[in-house]
Design a protein around this ligand. Structure first.
Ligand SMILES: NC(=O)c1ccc[n+]([C@@H]2O[C@H](COP(=O)([O-])OP(=O)(O)OC[C@H]3O[C@@H](n4cnc5c(N)ncnc54)[C@H](O)[C@@H]3O)[C@@H](O)[C@H]2O)c1
Length: 435
């Protein structure tokens, strides 16, 4: 635990350059090579994002082949394969053999075994397990955010990150703002001191919410939760983590640090239907950084209210509104406007894969994991603060013994949360819920 704690607070660069000893494994098994050998890709979690990421991987490099797919559900896998074939029609032939299509909870192992590069895009609760298996087996990884739903998972991912770095494996995490031209440009301006030192900010993910997959007759409780995963914390982690992580991560990135504490409030007012599981529909958190900077984070899933997905920061010399791409001086005069033009903005989802495959080809190492894990933990800290109503520190979050995800699962497993007689789940109550 002491080591994990120490590692959490050191910079990624020192982790890579920190004199870590390479273990004895076969370097030829890794795809770090400048040659043009075929790179075999597997996708684990064949939903919306897994399907999109598979297409982006196929377009990132001429000699990439989709060799295997794994999903908990056969219908999801089949729909994904059809969509990939349709999208790639005329560009690349897609031929994922039936014997390389795996379903259930353990299919991920067989799919990963067949690949050089794996796409991990299941609901985030499974990410630590799948990521560990991929790295233990020397695979390069693209994994979606968040990288866990509890502190136990974050600690596991940080441990695995260390091994990935030792093995010089590339890991891209789907916090795609880091691969978006506008964000990169504005971050550079901030690093150059354009607004001075950041003293505060506001980050937002306020919109109407997401899909609901209603309970079906004869569905087991586990299948119901898996198909309606957004509303269950062991799978999703609540929307403060699942979506708002993007904006919280930008605060960490632009400030160049992770918060030391958080306090906040939240609840559910409109998200109270029978299929709304256990998550909140709004959270408001103050994240305090070591410098004294305070970032207010708000995420709301309620229709008919102000919609905004954005990041804003105030510094000692000016302020920045990322959405508008503008930097103002302390008197509100425009200092800089990002020269946005639609045709000049590469799709960051594609850029993630372009960079990943280019790095594999040239023997480079991208290691997004540590930041992905720390931003995941920041959002979990926010959730712990709003659920408990307490002021908590990052250490509280990192050391939390809350473990939401079971170790091994089969279709006979009992989900970690169960409904009452009316089909309703326990909702966190600030002041009563323990963090
Ligand atoms: N970066 C982004 O902008 C972005 C956008 C959308 C989604 N995401 C992330 O991508 C991930 C997936 O989201 P989605 O929208 O594609 O969800 P989805 O429901 O469309 O897809 C998830 C798929 O994973 C499958 N699955 C669940 N458990 C599994 C297991 N144990 N093994 C194998 N397959 C399993 C499901 O059956 C489903 O097909 C989430 O972490 C989400 O936060 C990121």
């Amino acid at each position: 635990m002491k080591n994990i704690k120490r590692r959490f607070f050191i910079k990624s660069s020192s982790l890579v350059a920190g004199g870590l000893v390479l273990p004895s494994f076969n370097i030829n098994r890794m795809a770090n090579s400048s040659n043009n050998k075929k790179l075999k890709v597997s996708v684990v979690g064949c939903g919306g994002r897994g399907t999109g990421a598979a297409v982006q991987a196929l377009r990132a490099d001429d000699n990439v082949e989709l060799v295997a797919m794994a999903d908990a559900f056969k219908d999801r896998l089949e729909n994904s394969l059809t969509a990939i074939k349709e999208e790639m029609d005329g560009e690349k032939t897609i031929d994922v053999k039936e014997k390389n299509q795996f379903t259930g909870f353990n299919g991920y192992k067989k799919a990963i075994d067949l690949a050089d590069v794996v796409i991990l895009a299941t609901p985030p609760g499974f990410r630590p397990l799948h990521f560990k298996y991929a790295i233990d087996n020397d695979k390069h990884v693209f994994m979606e955010k968040p990288v866990a739903t509890d502190a136990h998972g974050v600690r596991q991912v940080l441990e695995t990150a260390k091994i990935a770095n030792q093995k010089k494996l590339n890991v891209v995490v789907g916090l795609q703002r880091h691969y978006e031209k506008k964000y990169i440009d504005l971050h550079k301006k901030i690093s150059e001191g354009e607004i001075g030192k950041i003293r505060g900010g506001q980050v937002y993910w306020n919109d109407g919410g997401v899909w609901v997959n209603k309970r079906k007759p004869n569905q087991s409780e586990l299948e119901y939760q898996m198909r309606n995963w957004y509303y269950f914390n062991w799978l999703c982690g609540d929307h403060i983590l699942e979506q708002h992580i993007h904006n919280i991560d930008v605060a960490n990135w632009f400030i160049g640090d992770y918060p030391i504490s958080a306090q906040g409030m939240g609840g559910r007012q409109v998200r109270n239907g029978i299929d709304h599981g256990e998550i909140f529909d709004h959270h408001f958190v103050e994240f305090t950084y070591k410098s004294g900077a305070v970032v207010s984070s708000q995420c709301r899933h309620q229709n008919g209210c102000m919609k905004r997905v954005d990041e804003v920061f105030q510094g000692t010399k000016g302020s920045i509104e990322v959405g508008k791409g503008i930097i103002n001086d302390l008197d509100g005069n425009l200092k800089y406007k990002y020269p946005y033009s639609l045709e000049n903005e590469p799709n960051p989802y594609q850029v993630e894969h372009d960079k990943l495959f280019a790095s594999i080809r040239k023997g480079g190492v991208i290691s997004d994991t540590e930041n992905g894990a720390k931003s995941t933990l920041t959002a979990i800290l926010g959730r712990m603060a709003t659920y408990s109503g307490k002021k908590l520190t990052m250490e509280d979050a990192l050391n939390s013994n809350l473990k939401l995800v079971p170790e091994e699962m089969t279709w006979n497993s009992t989900p970690p949360t169960l409904p009452d007689k009316e089909g309703r789940y326990k909702i966190p109550i600030p002041g009563k819920t323990k963090f």
